[in-house]
Design a binder for this molecule. Sequence first.
Ligand code: HEM
Length: 451
Amino acid sequence: MSSNALYYCLVVIAINYLSSDLLRIFAYSTLLFWIIFKNIRYYKSLPPGPWGVPFLGILPFMNKRPPHLVYLNMSKQYGDVFSIQMGSNLTVCLGSTKLMKEFFSRNDSTDRPNTPLNNLLEGFGIITSQGALWKRQRMFLHEKFRALGVKLWPNTRFEKSISMEIDELIAELQESDGVPVNPGYLFGRHIHNVICQLMMNYRFQADDKNFTMFNERVIRGMQLFGLVLFGEHVPAYLKLPGKMEVLNEIKRNLVDISKFHGDHVVERIKQRANSAHNKEPADLLDCYLDKLDEENSMDSNDKKNIFPDVDPVKQIVQVMNDLFSAGMDTSLTSLLWTCIMMLKNPEAAEKVRSELRKFVAVGEKVTMAHRLQMPYIEAVVLETMRVASIVPLGTTHVNSKDWKIGKYVVPAGTHIVPLINKMNMDPEIYPEPELFKPERFIKDEISYGPS
Ligand code: HEM
């Protein structure tokens, strides 16, 4: 029971003890007025938004449309910040870069939704972890990714692993000898290999059973989440017949994906126990295990722990699951969108070809060293990401304290959703946003994307 409901129950019990009917009528009327006044004040202080129905909020009006399109539509009416009730969850959507920056630079913006599907991961990993655990993982991953060569410089170890995948990809394309191939399937394994090499120095071979298992589990996982998503906002829905089975299948799915990563972690721990490993970390898994060794050898008071109060192996495995699920489909979809944009915009495709002809000799491989010479190609990538908005909504965060935005108050515990698609289509930042214009990312003949 919420503290508000408890408070009102106690007041009602107290009123019932009053000695006269007149006093009771007066007390009940005052209580009713107080509740109405408090509610009006509360709703007036929220950012504007549509009315919903009791208990369900706007859920009945979503008409099975994808949430990001519903929100985008609402932002046309309500502007850069608006509130909606999604079942039991008050949700505030942010549509401007300024508000997103303001929110995410606050120390109290690091909580996550306490909802049934989110809770399946028990707060491990990075995508659903919160507070100190989340912050320390992010810092650790940023630092270690750079150390492992994930940067835009030439000749890094990371570039070499990408280069190896490209060699195989080209050979596979050549083998197809002009017969149409599904690029989604071809790219998928190589993207996964880049991520897997970075995480645990592992590559999937063609027709690897584990890779097929991963794909099947991920596709099935998405379908299953879709079947019970309503329960994130109305938990009672998950008690309906058939829904429990879906939840159980989701859990089994997660176990299968985790087992693959978990086996690698256990195997590596064994290998390290049997050999001296005071050498450069080969991958992210080594970085995590080095850190774990370091923390275990320290006096507990000295620890700047990256595993605060969590089982470190579970945490490492879930970080791997998260990197895989966040990195694989996003990179694949971005590549596929780039192909689509080239087909839909032949003029841009021709400029890409001519830039390649100018700076890359026939038979030579494109490398990071070419990057600064080819701003148009980089701009095409950035413009594709903008137009396609393949991740239209940022991950949901929850504020642990009230947040004032001008005359509005976003109460603590609100689900905050960044509308990345809205930001990408903002005409003030990107004039004529619906047009595919890579030139908008080029200034003084250099692309001003990531530096
Ligand atoms: C072109 C490809 C990609 C796109 C467009 C993309 C986009 C995004 C977006 C929009 C978010 C949400 C940010 C937020 O709201 O906090 C996100 C989060 C994340 N991405 Fe990516 N991403 C891509 C590739 C990758 C790759 C390759 C990896 C790792 C191998 C990765 C790992 C993550 C992780 C771990 C998070 C969660 C971060 C957090 O919750 O703090 N992403 N990504």
